[in-house]
Design a protein around this ligand. Structure first.
Ligand SMILES: Cc1ncc(COP(=O)(O)O)c(C=O)c1O
Ligand SMILES: N[C@@H](CCOP(=O)(O)O)C(=O)O
Length: 465
C-alpha cells in the first residue's frame, strides 16, 4: 500500500514513512492510494471476532507488508489491553433502533485513545527499527492532547509537545496534559484558540528547515494512522447490528472531521453504511457547508463541548480530494481560497456527491443541555456534551428500521460542570483517575507565535540535529 498527498506534490510514501510524516511536505494529507476492499462474505467472516482480532483483520491491508504480522498483532493487543472494557468499544442501546458506541473506555476517557494507543506503539516500533528519534508536535482542543501524552509519556524515542488553547479546555482535560511527570512531555498553553494551535502545527510542518532539524512528526488526525485505527469501530458496531446484511447509519460529533472520515473510509472498504451524519455544535461550519456548498470560516464560539470548537476542519480536505475524483489541483485551489480569504465554494457535482453520503445538523448549547436531560430521563443514560450534540442531531435524522449509532466520544466525567448544569448529576471520575485533580500541574504559557514555539521546541527536544 502506498500513500499519496491530497495536494499531489509530495513524495508517495509507504506505510511507515506516512506514519512518521504527519502532514505531507506539500501541506496536504496522506491517503491510501486505493481503498482496501472487503466483500460481504469477508465481512460476514468477521462476526464474533474480539476487537483486537478485528483490528488486525481490518487494518492489515493498510500496512503494505511493512510490519511483520506477529509484530503488528503484538502492538494491537498491547494497545487494546489498556482499555477497561472487555469489548474495548461497547455498543449500548438507548432507544428503539438507537445506540451509543462507547469509545471512552481507554486511559483518558475519550475516543482519541483508540487510535493514539496504537499510533504510539507503531511509531516506537518504526523509530526503533530505524534507530531514530522524533519530535512530536500536536494541537488539541482538549482530548487529543491528553490521549497523546498518555500514549507517548516515557517513550525513549520521542519528545512530545502539545499546544492547547489556554483557558479553553475543561479542568479534567487540562490536568490530563499538565500532570504528567514524564521528562519527554511538554504541555504548552497557547494564547489563542484551537485553530491557532492547529495553524501553528501546520506552519511548523511547512517550515521544512525546522521540520527536518527536529525530525518532526504529528499525532493529530492529519496523521493517516489516526484515521486508520478509527475505522475499526465502525466495523465492530455494524457487525454487532447485522452487517453486512443490514445497513447502519452513524451520527458523529464532529470537529476536525477525522472520526467521521474514518466512517467514510469504512464505507469505501465495503461496509454497508447508509448515512454518515455530521453533528456540529454552535461552530457549525460543516453543517453550513453541506447546506450551501460554501465553506466559510467565521469566529470560534466557546461552547460546552469545547473539543468541537473548531472552524478549520482539517480532514475535510481528505473528503474534498475524494469528491473531486482525487484531483489534487482542485484541492489546492480550495485550500488556497481558504488561506487567502477564509472561504471557498465547492463545485456543484462535488457537493452533490458529498450530500449523497453525508447529512449534517447542528446542536446549540441549550439543545445539548436539553438532550443530556431528556436522555437521562428517558433512557437512564448520561451523555457527555459532545455525544449529546450528536444525539440531538441523530434524533432528527433517524430513518425507519435502519439502526442509528451515535458515536460516544467522551466520558461525561470529563465535563462535570456542563453535565451537572444540564441535569443536576455530577459524574465522578473513575477511581483509577482519582488523584488527577490534586496532582501538581506543569505547563508553559506561550503566545501564538511560530518563532517562539519553534524556539521552545528546539531547545527542549532531544531529536534536534
Ligand atoms: C469528545 C470529542 N468529540 C468529538 C470530537 C470531534 O472529532 P473529530 O475532530 O474527529 O471530528 C472531538 C475532537 O476531536 C472530541 O474530543
Ligand atoms: N477535538 C480534538 C482536536 C484535534 O483533533 P485531531 O483528531 O485532529 O487530533 C481534540 O480534542 O484535541
Amino acid at each position: 500500500m502506498q500513500y499519496v498527498s491530497t495536494r499531489g506534490d509530495a513524495p508517495v510514501l509507504g506505510f511507515s514513512d506516512a506514519v512518521l510524516a504527519g502532514l505531507a511536505r506539500d501541506g496536504g494529507l496522506y491517503v491510501p492510494r486505493e481503498w482496501p476492499q472487503f466483500s460481504a462474505s469477508d465481512i460476514r467472516a468477521m462476526r464474533g471476532l474480539a476487537y483486537p482480532d478485528l483490528a488486525i483483520r481490518v487494518l492489515t491491508p493498510f500496512l503494505g507488508g511493512e510490519i511483520a504480522a506477529p509484530v503488528f498483532e503484538k502492538l494491537v493487543r498491547e494497545a487494546y489491553a489498556t482499555f477497561r472494557h472487555e469489548a474495548v468499544c461497547p455498543l449500548v442501546q438507548t432507544g428503539a433502533n438507537a445506540f451509543v458506541l462507547e469509545l471512552f473506555h481507554g486511559p483518558t476517557l475519550a475516543f482519541k485513545d483508540v487510535a493514539m494507543q496504537l499510533l504510539a506503539r507503531l511509531m516506537d516500533h518504526v523509530l526503533a527499527e530505524r534507530d531514530q528519534r522524533a519530535t512530536i508536535v500536536g494541537a488539541t482542543s482538549g482530548d487529543t492532547g491528553g490521549a497523546a501524552i498518555d500514549a507517548f509519556a516515557g517513550r525513549n524515542r520521542t519528545d512530545i509537545f502539545i499546544l492547547f488553547p489556554h483557558g479553553k479546555v475543561s479542568p479534567v482535560q487540562q490536568r490530563q496534559m499538565t500532570t504528567s511527570t514524564a521528562a519527554n512531555v511538554h504541555a504548552l498553553a497557547l494564547e489563542g484558540n484551537f485553530d491557532d494551535c492547529q495553524g501553528l502545527v501546520k506552519d511548523m510542518f511547512n517550515d521544512h528547515g525546522f521540520r527536518d532539524r527536529v525530525s518532526l512528526s504529528g499525532v493529530n488526525s492529519i496523521n493517516w494512522a489516526r484515521i486508520m485505527a478509527q475505522i475499526v469501530y465502525y466495523f465492530s458496531s455494524a457487525l454487532s447490528l447485522g452487517a453486512p446484511d443490514r445497513p447502519i447509519s452513524f451520527t458523529v460529533p464532529t470537529g476536525n472531521f477525522g472520526d467521521i472520515f474514518a466512517g467514510y473510509a469504512a464505507k469505501r472498504m465495503g461496509l454497508p453504511i447508509e448515512r454518515l451524519i455530521i453533528a456540529t455544535n454552535d461552530n457549525d461550519i460543516l453543517a453550513r457547508t453541506l447546506a450551501s456548498g460554501e465553506y466559510r470560516t467565521k469566529g470560534v464560539f466557546a461552547t460546552t463541548s469545547p473539543s468541537m470548537d473548531i472552524q478549520v476542519s482539517s480532514n475535510f480536505e481528505r473528503l474534498l480530494f475524494e469528491a473531486a475524483g482525487r484531483d489534487a489541483a482542485t484541492v489546492r485551489r480550495y485550500m488556497n481560497g481558504l488561506k487567502q480569504s477564509g472561504a471557498f465554494t465547492i463545485e456543484t457535482g462535488q457537493i452533490a456527491s458529498i450530500r449523497a453520503e453525508f447529512d449534517a445538523g447542528r446542536a446549540g448549547v441549550d439543545e445539548v443541555a436539553a438532550t443530556i436531560r431528556s436522555t437521562l430521563e428517558a433512557s437512564n443514560y448520561l451523555l457527555d456534551p459532545h455525544t449529546a450534540a450528536a444525539m440531538h442531531v441523530a434524533v432528527g435524522k433517524a430513518v425507519g428500521a435502519i439502526p442509528m449509532v451515535v458515536l460516544g466520544t467522551a466520558h461525561p466525567a470529563k465535563f462535570p460542570a456542563a453535565v451537572e448544569a444540564a441535569c443536576g448529576v455530577s459524574p465522578a471520575l473513575p477511581a483509577w483517575l482519582g488523584s488527577l485533580m490534586s496532582a501538581d500541574e506543569k505547563y508553559t504559557v506561550l503566545p501564538s507565535d511560530l518563532k517562539m514555539v519553534e524556539d521552545y521546541v528546539t531547545r527542549h527536544t532531544r531529536a534536534a540535529r
